[in-house]
Design a protein around this ligand. Structure first.
Ligand SMILES: Nc1ncnc2c1ncn2[C@@H]1O[C@H](COP(=O)(O)OP(=O)(O)O)[C@@H](O)[C@H]1O
Ligand SMILES: [Mg+2]
Length: 268
């Protein structure tokens, strides 16, 4: 397949800011790597976890980094991203994700999931339930999660819940009503504000991975990109890609702050 003209213009052999990046190629500077370490440790210790951050900061990619780090033999990861279901449909979805046939009643579904988790426990496989977009979970699902995680009189940590979502997930968890679940989550992680150096490093890393010999963004352009995006990676992907395309159309080899500003305004 022939390459898009803007890729050829910048000497790139792949889309530099695409989302289909291999788990093993994720950009993990030391602060992010430390967060992945905490997540890995928590799951090894069979804890429950929350991971919060603004849209596009890299939460779901952090889960993929976790997947890359956990040995297949001892862990069974189940990823659920449709958080907008009521309790019964949530458990049906979970049944399907676990390879179980969905049952008719809520109680039967709950029983099937619980029995499967106990079975995995006997096989020394630790199931990890990754609930993405967890700030959207129905209250009746949240009400029930700590019940799902209760085995043998709440004495056996047979399941780790990893709840991932926007910062308002923390506000929801702190509600009086959710205290049974919140009090069981000891590992509370956040992907916080990015520093300007993070933005520079990220753009550099992704351009290099796509085959660039030299990044076309000048230093003022990088500062402007950081200011326009607050370092949120999905926004960087979007604006940086648009800058590359526009620069290529104008046959420019360098991207300056003025171009970034124009693109950022158009993308806003
Ligand atoms: N560690 C990473 N390495 C490379 N690219 C990343 C990384 N984290 C995020 N990205 C980029 O940012 C985009 C948004 O990340 P994502 O994890 O989906 O954000 P969130 O889940 O916080 O909304 C991804 O599609 C990817 O292009
Ligand atoms: Mg996400």
């Amino acid at each position: 397949m022939s390459r898009a003209r803007w890729l050829t213009h910048f000497g790139l052999d792949a889309l530099p800011f695409a989302k289909d990046i291999d788990d093993a190629d994720l950009w993990l500077p030391s602060r992010r790597a430390a967060l992945v370490d905490q997540l890995v440790d928590a799951v090894h210790e069979r804890q429950h976890v929350t991971l919060t951050g603004e849209p596009g900061v890299g939460k779901t990619c952090t889960l993929r980094a976790l997947r890359e780090r956990l040995p297949d033999a001892g862990f069974r990861l189940t990823y659920c991203h449709n958080a907008t279901l009521g309790r019964r449909d949530f458990y049906r979805q979970l049944c399907l994700a676990l390879g179980l046939s969905p049952k008719a009643t809520a109680a039967a579904v709950f029983y099937a999931v619980g029995a499967h988790i106990e079975e995995l426990g006997r096989e020394r496989v630790h199931p990890v339930l990754l609930l993405d977009e967890a700030h959207l979970l129905h209250q009746d699902v949240l009400d029930h999660l700590h019940v799902l995680a209760n085995y043998e009189w709440d004495s056996r940590p047979l399941l780790s819940l990893v709840l991932v979502g926007l910062p308002e997930l923390n506000d929801r968890m702190r509600l009086h009503r959710n205290r049974s679940l919140w009090s069981r989550i000891h590992c509370r992680l956040a992907l916080g504000e990015a520093a300007p150096e993070d933005t520079v490093e990220y753009i550099d890393a992704r351009m290099r991975d796509a085959g660039a010999k030299q990044s076309p963004f000048d230093s003022d352009a990088l500062t402007m990109l950081h200011e326009a995006t607050l370092g949120r990676l999905r926004d960087i992907d979007h604006i940086a890609t648009d800058c590359l395309k526009r620069a290529a159309r104008r046959k420019l080899k360098r991207i300056d702050a003025a171009l970034v500003q124009t693109v950022a305004k158009d993308c806003a």
